[in-house]
Design a protein around this ligand. Structure first.
Ligand code: MYR
Length: 178
């Protein structure tokens, strides 16, 4: 066997591992919770818990400063997609008020090779990403909502994740200093 044919594409192997691991996690949740809506909520919550930790890693690795505005925040999340999921979504569909925007993904490593059976057609399979965004931004004092607008698993051409700025949070006061 030639050397070339035994060489692994590490990026592809990693991304397949992510796809399979995430698929197994969702399958287990479906077994445990039975209700599709609860699974979607749980995925968002799991993502939130990841996000509140991941932000530290992101800030350390990128030595990034405070965001100037929501546009800057969108760009930083876009680079986080590249770092953690290996994909570069487009930032698009800004609201007229400039408080909402979308990430459009034409490929999504979480959903590669995934097909949802009819009984799971309401499952928000990628809700974990919405949770990560919400959790990470909460740690930099941004209260946002995030949800899935388009879903390739439901036959849409892209995956579209919407982010809406709600309010800037006050820095938490140390206990006893209010
Ligand atoms: C600041 O204003 O203090 C900096 C804000 C940086 C925001 C970076 C958010 C990272 C979100 C990670 C999403 C990962 C999705 C796969």
């Amino acid at each position: 066997m030639s050397r070339a044919s035994t060489r692994f594409d590490t990026k592809k192997v990693n991304s397949e591992l992510v796809t399979l691991t995430y698929g197994a996690l969702v399958a287990q949740m479906i077994k445990d919770l039975e209700n599709t809506e609860d699974v979607s909520k749980q995925l968002e919550r799991l993502g939130y818990n990841m996000g509140i930790r991941l932000i530290e890693d992101f800030l350390a690795k990128t030595a990034t400063g405070r965001c100037l505005d929501l546009k800057d925040t969108a760009d930083k999340i876009q680079s986080a997609f590249r770092m953690y999921l290996g994909v570069q979504p487009n930032v698009a569909n800004w609201s007229a008020a400039g408080d909402e925007f979308s990430f459009i993904l034409d490929t999504n490593p979480l959903t590669d090779l995934v097909e949802l059976p009819d009984e799971l057609k309401h499952l928000k399979y990628c809700n974990i990403i919405c949770g990560v965004i919400r959790g990470a931004l909460e740690m930099v004092q941004l209260d946002v909502q995030s949800w899935i607008v388009q879903d390739q698993l439901k036959g849409d051409q892209n995956t579209e994740i919407r982010v809406k700025f709600i309010r800037r949070l006050e820095d938490a006061m140390p206990a006893g200093e209010d």
